[in-house]
Design a protein around this ligand. Structure first.
Ligand code: PLP
Length: 382
């Protein structure tokens, strides 16, 4: 890849990510939040986001940036768009699905969870059964790329179920939007959210929702907070092009630049192809070292990959992490309670050279730890 940073560590994480120097340089400005240039930048960013999602205002969709991290956008949709007195169905097979349940419960929204193990996909039958048993459900919510493990959920199939039952469909595409193709119409999506610092390769500071306008307008009166009121945020932007409250001007400057760089790379398909190649190079290199991948390849996505700890008492994750840090790389701890694993993200401004360098560093770190049995299943029998 082109030069990325001022000798920072390469981030093999799910975000914040390694970004291009030009994305970081785009922030070297001081724009006022009411400045015409800034208002125009926000307008253009919203239009480009819709184009990236394969849609437009004419097709009935709106792009709404919202201050805060990705969770704020998830909370904005749940707390402002589930009608009062109605229920939310969450399809949960990871920490981010479970976070949706926690958010809804905090707002006093009755929630039905269709759960599966973190390394499995909930069945369509279980979703159908939950909808049949709970006629009060207004919205079905799911996570596309479950960053907890790296699995990709079948949102098209789930959206078809939601549509057949005439329920709203909400997708958390935090770690997939911009790299994995998502057909909003085909998947029957009413609300989808992501954030600035994932596959679009911007910097942290805001998230965004892409919403079906009529579903958004129909949510009038449902918002349970002021700052996360999605309809109000949209109305503010539509009225004068401005955010209701202080916008993250620098993050938006970086994001606009990141969107242009995504378009230059060839859009969603090209970006997804680079990430898929990063993932394949990583997995083949790690397998050569002896590491085992947690997920079944049939459900594994290219965004982040979980690897079992080696079955060797000399493997110490904290020390392993530090040895990689010393060599200029940051990886990510695991997020599963049933077995021990760590995660390596393959998104951000990284390519072949960075992935090969990481795998070489992992080989050295394993050697330095004195680990001889790299293979392992994190303490669970095969
Ligand atoms: C699928 C998914 N949902 C939600 C979040 C939460 O985003 P944030 O940490 O930006 O609040 C993440 C973060 O990685 C994620 O991967």
């Amino acid at each position: 890849m082109s030069e990325t940073s001022f000798r920072d560590k390469v981030l093999f994480t799910p975000g914040p990510l390694t970004t291009s120097l030009s994305v970081k340089a785009a922030m070297l400005r001081d724009l006022g939040s009411r400045d015409h240039e800034f208002v125009e930048l926000v307008r253009d960013t919203r239009r480009r986001l819709l184009a990236l999602a394969g849609t437009s205002q004419d097709a009935g969709f709106e792009a709404i940036p919202l201050q805060g991290s990705g969770t704020f956008a998830v909370e904005a949709v749940i707390s402002s768009c589930v009608p009062r007195g109605r229920e939310l169905l969450v399809i949960a097979n990871g920490a981010y699905g479970r976070r949706m349940v926690a958010i809804a419960e905090r707002h006093g929204i009755r929630t039905v969870a269709v759960e599966a193990d973190d390394v499995a996909i909930p069945t369509s039958d279980s979703i159908e059964a939950a909808l049949a048993a709970h006629p009060g459900i207004a919205m079905v919510a799911a996570v596309h790329s479950e960053t907890t493990t790296g699995l990709v959920n079948p949102i098209e199939a789930w959206g078809a179920i939601a549509r057949r039952h005439r329920r709203l469909f909400f997708v958390d595409a935090m770690s997939s939007f911009g790299a994995l193709p998502i057909d909003l119409e085909a998947a029957g999506i009413d609300f989808i959210v992501s954030s600035a610092n994932k596959c679009i390769e911007g910097v942290p500071g805001f998230a965004f929702a892409i919403v079906r306008r009529d579903a958004l307008i129909a949510s009038e009166g449902s918002a349970r907070t002021v700052s996360l009121d999605l309809l109000d945020q949209w109305r503010g932007l539509e009225a004068n092009g401005q955010f209701r409250f202080t916008p993250p001007t620098h993050a938006l400057l970086a994001f606009h630049r990141a969107l242009l760089e995504l378009e230059q790379e060839g859009g969603v398909v090209a970006r997804g192809r680079r990430y898929a190649r990063n993932h394949e190079l990583l997995v083949s290199g790690m397998r050569e070292l002896g590491f085992e991948v947690v997920l079944d390849p049939a459900i594994q996505g290219p965004i982040i990959t979980s690897f079992f700890y080696p079955d060797d008492p000399r493997f110490d994750f904290a020390r392993f992490y530090d040895l990689l840090n010393e060599r200029g790389f940051a990886i990510y701890p695991g997020k599963l309670s049933r077995f021990d694993c760590f995660r390596i993200g393959t998104i951000g401004r990284i390519g072949d050279a960075e992935v090969r360098a990481l795998v070489a560093a992992i080989g050295e770190a394993v050697g330095e730890l004195g680990v001889t049995t790299v293979a392992g299943r994190g303490g669970v029998p095969a």
